[in-house]
Design a protein around this ligand. Structure first.
Ligand SMILES: [Zn+2]
Length: 251
């Protein structure tokens, strides 16, 4: 399997490429790019969260524990004296970072259900719902957030599968077929549970109609044209230069 840095750089490259195409076809504006590139890259690290002690899962639980601490602080800051409040905060951090992390590791096996196309769909819909209901994004951008998570996720699965082909010996490694799969066939209970959660999320998600409408009006034939905003930048620079040239000759 590909290592953390390979996944990080390939997911980043794929996200930048996709965001540039999306800007070119008028699906998004250049202002949307940095956030969507971040989400695509994050999506590219997500499938390995079921690998015990992998960097993505440690990072994820560290972020989760910080979010837990922030929530505890918000809920209890007016009800407790500083000392008990400190105990609550430390307790929350330790519980999420270590107890919950250990529990998650015991429940999941690497390249199980989290390393599948079903999980890509699950996380895409989860991101769409979080963006729409909690982060107050409009429907179009909530769906785009979900799509970029899925994009990075699928790139990760493909990359792992590519790594299982031993090119020098032109044979398949034992891991072939475990990275890019529809769901976990070895643990059908987990797969069924994730399928149910995915259906619930789809049911909760806002209608994808605004995305479909924008998708239909995109100019797909211009996807290979020069990157529009770079071209604009160049035009702007030229304008500034010619303007400066004009002002230079003025007395
Ligand atoms: Zn992987």
């Amino acid at each position: 399997m590909a290592n953390f840095n390979t996944h990080l750089s390939i997911a980043l490259a794929a996200s930048v490429g996709s965001a540039l195409v999306a800007v070119n076809v008028h699906l998004i504006t250049s202002a949307d790019m940095p956030w969507l590139i971040f989400l695509g890259t994050f999506g590219g690290l997500l499938p390995d969260i079921d690998a015990s002690n992998s960097r993505p899962v440690k990072l994820l639980f560290f972020v989760l524990s910080l979010m837990g601490v922030a929530t505890a602080l918000h809920l209890f800051k007016n009800n407790y004296a500083p000392y008990p409040l400190l105990m609550i905060i430390v307790g929350t951090y330790l519980f999420i970072r270590y107890a919950l992390f250990a529990f998650f590791n015991r429940l999941t096996v690497h390249r199980g259900v989290f390393h599948s196309l079903l999980a890509a769909l699950f996380f895409a819909l989860l991101m769409t719902c979080i963006s729409y209901y909690f982060l107050d994004w409009d429907i179009l951008h909530a769906w785009l957030n979900g799509i970029f998570i899925a994009l990075g996720f699928i790139v990760h699965l493909l990359l792992d599968e590519l790594y299982s082909v031993d090119l020098s010996n032109s044979r398949m490694k034992k891991s072939f077929g475990t990275a890019f799969k529809l769901c976990s066939y070895r643990n059908m209970t987990a797969s069924a549970l994730m399928a149910v959660c995915t259906i619930i999320l789809y049911w909760m998600a806002p209608t994808p109609l605004p995305l479909v409408n924008v998708w239909k009006s995109t100019q797909w034939n211009s996807y290979l044209t020069n990157v529009r905003f770079l071209r604009q930048l160049k035009t702007n620079n030229n304008m500034v230069n010619s303007h400066q040239g004009l002002t230079d000759v003025e007395p």
